[in-house]
Design a protein around this ligand. Structure first.
Ligand code: FAD
Length: 391
C-alpha cells in the first residue's frame, strides 16, 4: 500500500488522489526492478538503456498533461511527484521523461495546431517515436531569446533550415527533433518538427560529460534541411511560445532537483546507520546528524515550494517568475544537499557503487540546464524591481 517516501518528512505526497497514488506505486516498483539495477553501470559507460523508453511509456508517463494522451485526469502536483520519484533513483532517466513529456510533447502541446497534436502526441506518448528539443546553440545558451543564429527561410510550401544546435538530449537517438529557428522573413523564433532522417540533419554525441552521463547529448548540424510548412508549429510564432514551454518544464526540473537531493540524502541516512567510527554508528555523532537534518530541511522546504508552484499551474495563475524561483531555489538547495550527503560517506562517497557521487555530479547539470541559476534569478529580479538586468 501507498506510503510517502521516507524523506518526505511532512508526508506531502499523501495529498495525491487514489488513482495517482496507484500509479506512483507501479512507478516505484518499475524503478526498483528495472531502473535502479542498471543505472550505475550505464552511468559509468555513458550508455543509454533504450528499453526504458518503452517501459516508461507503458506506464503512461509521457502523455500525462495532454488531453489527447493522458491515461486519466491528473494534477500538475502529481506530475511533479513523477519527476521527483524518478530523479530520486536516477536524474538522467528523469531527464529523459522531462524531454519527451515536457520539452517535446510540450512544444507540440503549446505550439501545435489541433491536427498536429492529433498526429504527433499519441506516437510520442506510446514511445513509438522518441523526440529531442533543439533550442541551445554553440554560440547561444542563456541568450537564446535573442541570440539564435539558426535560420529558417521560407520557400513556397516549405522551409529551409540552416544552423547548429548544442547539448541536445536524445539528439543521436531521437526520431524527431523540435528545432527552434529564427525566421528570415520576420526575425521571430519559430518551431519546426523535423524527422531526424531528413537529409542535411546530422547529430554527433558529446563525449566525456561528467554529469547526467546516461543522457545522450548531441551537437546537431542543419544543412539545407527542408521542412514542410505543415511541420511548422502553427501556434508558435515568437519566442513567447518557446518561453511558455520552458515555464512548464522548469517547474518540473525543480521537482526533479528535489528527487535528486532525496536520492543522495537517503543513501547518506542508510550509510550513517552502517558505518562505525569511534565505537558507534557515525549517525550517532552530533555533527553527522547536523548534516542529515540540514539536508532534510532543504528537501522539506523545497517540496513546499514545488507543490505550490504546481498548484499555481492548475489554478491558471503560474507565471514565468514563479517557475524560475522554484528552479533557482530548489537547485541551489540540491547543490548543498548532495554535497552534505556525500560528506557523510567520507572517502566511500566518491565510489560510484554507493550512488551518492552520481547524484552529486548530476546536480551540476540540473543546476545549469533549462535556464542557469543566474538566468532564473534575473527573471525573478525583473519582476521584483521592474528592471530587466540581463544585458
Ligand atoms: P552560457 O549562456 O554561456 O552561460 C555561462 C555562464 O554565464 C552561466 O553561469 C550563466 O548563468 C552566466 N551568464 C550568462 N549570461 C548572464 C547574464 N546576463 N548575467 C549573469 N550571468 C550570466 N538545450 C537544449 O536546447 N535542449 C536540450 O535537450 C538540452 N539539454 C541539456 C542537457 C545538459 C546535460 C546540459 C548541460 C545542457 C542542456 N541544454 C539543452 C542546454 C542548456 O539549456 C544550457 O546549457 C543553458 O541554457 C546554459 O547555456 P550555456 O551552457 O550556453 O551557458
Amino acid at each position: 500500500s501507498f506510503e510517502p517516501l521516507p524523506s518526505d518528512f511532512y508526508g506531502f505526497e499523501n495529498s495525491l488522489s487514489t488513482q495517482e497514488k496507484d500509479l506512483i506505486l507501479r512507478l516505484r516498483e518499475y524503478l526498483e526492478t528495472e531502473v535502479r539495477p542498471l543505472v550505475n553501470d550505464h552511468w559509468a559507460r555513458a550508455a543509454f538503456p533504450m528499453q526504458v523508453v518503452k517501459g516508461l511509456a507503458d506506464l503512461g508517463l509521457y502523455g500525462m498533461p495532454w488531453k489527447e494522451t493522458q491515461p486519466f485526469a491528473n494534477s500538475a502536483v502529481f506530475r511533479g511527484w513523477i519527476a521527483l520519484e524518478i530523479a530520486r533513483v536516477d536524474a538522467s532517466i528523469a531527464t529523459l521523461v522531462g524531454m519527451q513529456n515536457g520539452l517535446v510533447m510540450g512544444s507540440i502541446g503549446v505550439g501545435g495546431s489541433p491536427e498536429q497534436r492529433a498526429e504527433w502526441l499519441p506516437k510520442l506518448a506510446s514511445g513509438e517515436l522518441l523526440g529531442c528539443f533543439g533550442l541551445t546553440e554553440p554560440l547561444s545558451g542563456s541568450d537564446s531569446a535573442q541570440g539564435l543564429t539558426t535560420i529558417a527561410r521560407r520557400e513556397g510550401d516549405h522551409w529551409v533550415l540552416n544552423g547548429a544546435k548544442r547539448w541536445i538530449g536524445n539528439g543521436t537517438i531521437a526520431d524527431i527533433a523540435i528545432i527552434w529557428a529564427k525566421s528570415a522573413e520576420d526575425g521571430q523564433v519559430k518551431g519546426f518538427i523535423v524527422p531526424t532522417s531528413t537529409p542535411g540533419f546530422s547529430a554527433t554525441k558529446i563525449e566525456n560529460k561528467q554529469a547526467l552521463r546516461i543522457v545522450q547529448n548531441a551537437d546537431i548540424v542543419l544543412t539545407d534541411v527542408i521542412v514542410a510548412e505543415e511541420n511548422r508549429l502553427q501556434l508558435a510564432n515568437s519566442f513567447r511560445e518557446t518561453a511558455a514551454v520552458l515555464r512548464l518544464t522548469r517547474a518540473e526540473v525543480a521537482w526533479a532537483a528535489v528527487g535528486n537531493s532525496m536520492g543522495a540524502y537517503e543513501a547518506a541516512v542508510s550509510y550513517s546507520k552502517e558505518r562505525i567510527q569511534f565505537g558507534k554508528q557515525i549517525g550517532a555523532h552530533q555533527l553527522v546528524q547536523d548534516l542529515l537534518v540540514k539536508s532534510l530541511g532543504n528537501i522539506t522546504s523545497s517540496i513546499g515550494v514545488v507543490t505550490r508552484v504546481s498548484q499555481m499551474l492548475d489554478e491558471g495563475v503560474q507565471r514565468d517568475e514563479h517557475a524560475s524561483l522554484a528552479k533557482a531555489f530548489t537547485t541551489s538547495r540540491m547543490r548543498e544537499t548532495v554535497a552534505w550527503s556525500r560528506e557523510v560517506f567520507g572517502g566511500n562517497g566518491i565510489v560510484l557503487d554507493n550512488d551518492v557521487i552520481r547524484h552529486f555530479a548530476d546536480a551540476e547539470a540540473i543546476y545549469s540546464y533549462e535556464g542557469t541559476r543566474e538566468m532564473n534569478t534575473l527573471i525573478v529580479g525583473r519582476t521584483i524591481t521592474g528592471k530587466a538586468a540581463f544585458v
